[in-house]
Write a protein that binds this ligand. Structure first.
Ligand code: ADP
Ligand code: MG
Length: 332
């Protein structure tokens, strides 16, 4: 028996939109059936990573491998046989579903494009796929605009999964939905992932959304990864000051713990991807920054199975603590 290849391997991915350095050297591996959350503020480049993986844009540099196949330089035609290996669910189902197509046609389209399945069989597959995402099969004869936002996102999920992909890219799949239905769609995705076992790159700006879903977490800041690690390690012992700040800002369910928390203020907005800060890109907002952070790009230091890119993280396990940084104390 041969081992299954990794669902996704990204090496040194770069994507520049003209002068905008949206993604600037991202490396990431997702094993078969594993879930990695890609987390970071709006504008950090998360969607661009997802768009490179499904080849909605062609990377400026770097390598993307899906289920062991290098797809970086394949033409549209060469990509076709690999299309069914990866699917994407977008943030806004109202914008991503063709309003002129019936729900049944929307969900069947990936099967129709890959050819060969008789119409009858296709219709049966669509019905069972709709039921699998918690919709009635009759929904196939409706138009997307006749459904609620949550139902529409379920349709997008059915469409993404009907080709049985090895890898699902979920780009903020609940952010555009009513708060009241976000949890049910998140739970649906988690249940489907567990039952079917596809690998998933789950993109979100909300770290608390992935506490029960992700195996691993990758934290992105201004086009680069600043930390990677297992979910357990990241939540229990975040190493990078940015990850610590994100965790301090995420809501906590327990009201007592919520009141005791000290938020870490990041101050200004994300700097421009047109002209990122020298050295460590996070330094302009880091409460612990010192002179070396401006002059030297931090190396990736191994932390557990993952890494953190910060001058204050040491191979011996020394880590910074942003919550202790509210004084004028000068750091080494
Ligand atoms: N089509 C585009 N043309 C030019 N700049 C873009 C385009 N799409 C995204 N950007 C820029 O690239 C950066 C990363 O964007 P994006 O990948 O959407 O981040 P995120 O998904 O983390 O919010 C941002 O500075 C954004 O303004
Ligand atoms: Mg995005």
């Amino acid at each position: 028996m041969t081992a299954q290849p990794n669902a996704l391997e990204i090496e040194d991915l770069v994507l520049h939109y003209g002068p905008v350095r949206a993604v600037d050297g991202v490396s990431l591996t997702i094993g078969p059936g594993r879930v990695t959350a890609l987390v970071g503020e709006s504008g950090s480049g998360k969607s661009t990573v997802g768009r490179c993986v499904v080849r909605l844009v062609k990377p400026t540099a770097g390598v993307v491998r899906i289920a062991g196949t290098d797809v970086t330089h394949l033409s549209r035609r060469q990509l076709r046989p690999h299309r069914s290996a990866v699917s994407i669910v977008f943030q806004d189902p109202a914008a991503s579903l063709d309003p002129r197509m019936l729900v049944g046609e929307v969900v069947a389209e990936p099967l129709r494009l890959s050819g060969r399945m008789p119409r009858r069989e296709r219709e049966a597959r669509v019905a069972s796929e709709l039921e699998r995402v918690g919709l009635r099969a009759e929904v196939a004869r409706r138009y997307p605009h006749e459904l609620s936002g949550g139902q529409r996102q379920r349709v997008s999920i059915a469409r993404a999964l009907i080709s049985e992909p090895r890898l699902l890219i979920a780009d903020e799949p609940t952010s555009a939905l009513d708060v009241s239905v976000q949890a049910s769609v998140l739970n649906l995705l988690a249940d489907l992932q567990r039952d079917i076992g596809f690998a998933c790159l789950f993109i979100t700006h909300d770290l608390s959304a992935v506490e029960y879903l992700a195996d691993d977490i990758a934290v992105m800041y201004l086009g680069q990864l600043v930390e990677k690690g297992s979910r357990e390690r990241i939540f229990a012992r975040p190493a990078h000051p940015y990850t610590q700040a994100l965790l301090a800002a995420a809501p906590v369910a327990d009201p007592v713990r919520q009141r005791q928390r000290q938020p870490v203020l990041l101050g200004d907005d994300l700097p421009s991807a047109l002209d990122p800060p020298s050295g460590c890109r996070f330094r302009t907002r880091c409460p612990l920054a010192f002179d070396r952070c401006a002059s030297e790009v931090p190396a990736q230091v191994a932390v557990g199975d993952g890494m953190a890119a910060c001058h204050l993280v040491q191979p011996d396990g020394t880590r910074p603590d942003v919550r202790a940084a509210d004084t004028s104390e000068v750091l080494p």
